[in-house]
Design a protein around this ligand. Structure first.
Ligand code: FES
Length: 89
């Protein structure tokens, strides 16, 4: 899902029992990752524009055409709250 933290758009991902947060920006050409499918098997989210896949945990670019990582943020679950700490990379 798309969330906003301190004016920054992130995609919050729930996969395999864990939460992850990435910048909602594909590093290929700015596609919105929050519109792309999550693959819980290989732990990736795919950009809906040209299909580049990013690791949901690290933000690493796993497939072309993206070659650079998107920014991954720290996520912590506290009771029924999901807390996100921005990584200012
Ligand atoms: S904009 Fe994401 S793969 Fe091209």
């Amino acid at each position: 899902m798309l969330i906003e933290v301190e004016d920054r758009l992130l995609v919050l991902i729930h996969a395999a029992g864990h939460f992850y947060a990435l910048d909602d920006v594909c590093t290929h050409d700015g596609g919105p990752l929050s519109d792309g499918p999550v693959d819980g098997q290989d732990g990736t989210i795919a950009c809906p524009r040209h299909g580049a896949k990013f690791d949901v945990s690290s933000g690493a670019a796993k497939t072309m055409p993206a070659t650079k990582p998107t920014v991954a943020h720290e996520v912590k679950v506290d009771g029924d709250q999901v807390l996100v700490r921005l990584n200012e990379e």
